[in-house]
Design a protein around this ligand. Sequence first.
Ligand code: NAD
Ligand code: USQ
Length: 399
Amino acid sequence: MNKKVIVLGGDGFCGWPTSLHLSNLGHEVIIIDNLSRRDIDNELEAESLTPIQPLGTRLNTWEEISKKKIGFYNMNIASEYDQLLKVLQEEEPDVIVHFAEQRAAPYSMKSPKNKRYTVNNNINASHNVLCAIVESGLDVHLVHLGTMGVYGYGTAGMKIPEGYLDVEVETEEGEKVSQKILYPTNPGSVYHMTKSLDQLLFQYYNKNDNLRITDLHQGIVWGTNTRETNLDERLINRFDYDGDYGTVLNRFLMQAAVGYPITVHGTGGQTRAFIHIQDTVRCIQLAIENPPADDEKVMIFNQMTETHRVNDLAKLVSEITGGEIAYVSNPRKEAAENELHVKNDLFLSKGLEPITLSEGLLREVTEVARKYADRADHSKIPATSTWTRDQKPGIPEKE
Ligand code: NAD
Ligand code: USQ
């Protein structure tokens, strides 16, 4: 059944391909975005490696080739509550997909100003959406993009469950009682902390106002294009490679493609969860098609398909591309080594057929990076945001 879907943050790395995918499936899509990510590009003087087009060009191109229209409101959902409420009242969406947050951990740790911006933006954005849904009186299914990072990355060999942990407590009478609790959070940056706080907002509004909410705990997204963004170069997705916004696997592939050392932080013993961007858009589709029931608690899916150790990824990229690995100082405060085992049964049960790391897909990303290598500013590659004053940036010795 076709639905009316508002995509908050629909101009971003995950939001843009998701908007196209949902529009292609026949849903009526409306984007709300304040283009703050493009402003941050200007602030950092670090652009997407791929030449992303202005949103107006993107939307006109999509209409030209698909004959489908995507609507757009330029609005800051963290500060323009009345406008947000008005749009909900006028558009009456069935679903809201919420990507609109500051999503880079290094950017969130750069300075007190960045920490405060990330908290103000992310918490107000999520709370305004929840509050506006209640005030509108509409029955909206909210699908939020959360992160695997809320769990912390080490669970002593246990598989991380999907959001909730079964615990047994002892009553005063000595009786053992089972309970399901929200998995205790252990965020590793101010950004990840905002996602942990989001979880409480969702739990509260679900309990108090019966809001139907799906929270997707997503791993690190890699890749750049999807079926729809590949249809025309003007639809191309963004490719972040700089030290703040570039994520690890895309950075390694880009670094190898432009002849920059592959920057492994510390020993590279960190294990993380990953998902390809094509699966991100498919998972959002599945989440929309499988909403929680009216009286159900917040539904939490682990949106990841595999886990990898950072050093193993560096070695794999080096083998495929011939790139050289540099073990650099870790600018973050994080465990040097960890194991990570994650349940993703819910998406598998809904029909997800995971795309996993294959040489072909890795090469495809390298090709994209090679094609636009002349747009790369090498001075923006090292990770310079440090978690504490005592730490050093992750700069390779040769540079
Ligand atoms: P992105 O920065 O590319 O996109 C976010 C979009 O939201 C941008 O277009 C930005 O302009 C917009 N935005 C931010 N604050 C806003 C506000 N107050 N009002 C209106 N628009 C606003 O990020 P992304 O990589 O697409 O990530 C999207 C979501 O997915 C984030 O919430 C992130 O936490 C989550 N996520 C991303 C990854 C990843 O690897 N990229 C992994 C896990 C989870
Ligand atoms: N790392 C390197 N070298 C680099 C860059 C990163 O070794 O050049 C290491 C980091 O130290 C870290 C790991 O790779 O141990 C992952 O870093 P990342 O920047 O790829 O991922 P992270 O900061 O966790 O954030 C990204 C997205 C965020 C999302 C999160 C999902 O930016 O929006 O929430 O992935 S997760 O990691 O599962 O929490």
